[in-house]
Design a protein around this ligand. Structure first.
Ligand SMILES: Cc1ncc(COP(=O)(O)O)c(C=O)c1O
Length: 397
């Protein structure tokens, strides 16, 4: 008969960060009556993001999804064009390009960093390839240099889906400043947020005017405001992709605290990473890998269990001990829309399929106390992957 563990307080999986000045900033926007967007807080948030990422131009959007949609419009995709990306990502990475009639071509991920497997990239590229999307899973870029080399050799741009990686870098270059275009997410689940928001980072000067037009309902209204045209007109396909100023105010307040947010998140991440290696090795569990030339963003702390059954058992075990943990992306190449609109690259995506069934994300946020991080560690260390076959343990992925 199993003995119920003692009652513990719940450790929430996520608590959105609260910035000290966000109420005051929001009040200021509401009092100004200028709620539309592209106001002083948008400018402030844009400056901070430009400093953090080195991006040449920052356009705030209502979400990362919308920023990806602008990227797809900028690429002038025609039906049948192809965009190469990892299968291990969130639906909008693919949907944004499929909306323009392009075919997402799904490449497997590396077993260590869970980012696009650069060794499978060459085989995925055809004469219809128009872009490669690098997804910096958990704010780790993997071998972004190799991805760029293959894309450059074929003359196609790299788009960085950097929803997770604000503050991270590859060989000293901040993520988001490397590809021709990059996107960020400020959804409430991200390190810094405004409830729902995003940004398109434009690193190719030739694209910024069109990006600005696409974001403003396809009109050249910004040129009208600058006195460059006497009336503004519909000049491109576009949509309503400007972040409202009240959300920009929340975002500016959060970005001003970015260093403190990151310090706390890294402290929790490091606590897990210091405490778990012995247990993980014993139990055949893989911990996150951050290559030496990458600096990560402390966005996620993930474990890959030896089997799907182990994952289900671990999630139950943690829940019984008050720890909220969860799984993550489901492979896109086998998802209903992925099958309809895309295809897997040669070789398929076996690593993605294995990892998606076995990955667990641990609580990681600024409201997490040291005691709660210890509670998570203790709960993990009391778990055994008992149902695991010895052969699986040697290669958890
Ligand atoms: C890799 C990736 N891309 C894109 C998105 C979409 O971000 P948003 O919710 O801001 O549209 C997410 C969301 O978490 C994501 O994880």
């Amino acid at each position: 008969m199993s003995v119920a563990p003692p009652a513990t307080r719940t450790v929430p999986f996520h608590v959105p960060h609260t910035a000290e000045r966000q109420d005051a900033y929001l009040r200021r926007v509401l009092d100004s009556g200028d709620l539309d967007g592209d106001g002083p807080f948008t400018a402030r948030a844009g400056e901070l993001l430009s400093e953090m990422t080195g991006a040449r131009h920052v356009l705030l959007t209502p979400s990362c999804t919308h920023a990806l949609e602008i990227a797809a419009l900028l690429l002038d995709l025609a039906p049948g064009d192809e965009v190469v990306m990892p299968s291990f990502t969130f639906a909008p990475t693919a949907s944004a390009f499929a909306l323009r009639g392009a075919v997402p071509v799904f490449v497997d991920c590396r077993p260590d960093t869970l980012t696009l497997d650069e060794s499978a990239l060459e085989a995925a590229i055809t004469e219809r390839t128009r872009a490669v999307v690098a997804v910096h899973y958990a704010g780790v870029a993997g071998d972004l240099g190799a991805i760029r080399r293959v894309a450059d050799a074929h003359g196609v741009p790299v788009v960085e889906d950097n929803a997770h990686g604000l503050g991270a870098s590859y060989r000293g270059s901040p993520l988001g400043g490397v590809g021709a275009l990059a996107t960020l997410s400020f959804h409430a689940t991200k390190n810094v947020h405004c409830g729902k928001g995003g940004a398109l980072l434009v690193n190719d000067d030739a694209l910024v005017d069109r990006a600005t037009i696409i974001r403003d309902r396809g009109t050249n209204r910004h040129q009208y405001f600058r006195g460059q045209v006497d009336k503004y007109r519909w000049v491109e396909l576009g949509s309503s992709y400007i972040l409202p100023e009240p959300l920009a105010a929340l975002l500016a307040a959060q970005l001003e605290e970015f260093d403190a947010v990151q310090a706390r998140r890294h402290a929790v991440w490091d606590t897990y990473h210091r405490a778990l290696p012995e247990w993980a090795a014993d139990q055949g569990v893989a911990l996150p890998t951050v290559p030496e030339d990458n600096a990560h963003s402390a966005h996620l702390y993930h474990l890959v269990l030896p089997s799907a059954a182990d994952r289900a058992a671990l999630l139950r075990h943690l829940a019984d001990r008050g720890v909220q943990a969860t799984f993550h992306f489901q492979p896109l190449h086998t998802s209903p829309a992925g099958v309809r609109h895309g295809r897997a690259a040669p070789g398929g995506c076996p690593v993605t399929e294995r990892v998606a069934d076995r990955l667990v994300r641990l609580p990681l946020h600024t409201a997490l106390s040291d005691a709660q991080a210890e509670q998570v560690v203790d709960a993990l260390r009391s778990f055994r992957t008992g149902a695991v076959r010895a052969a699986d343990r040697e290669d958890p992925r």
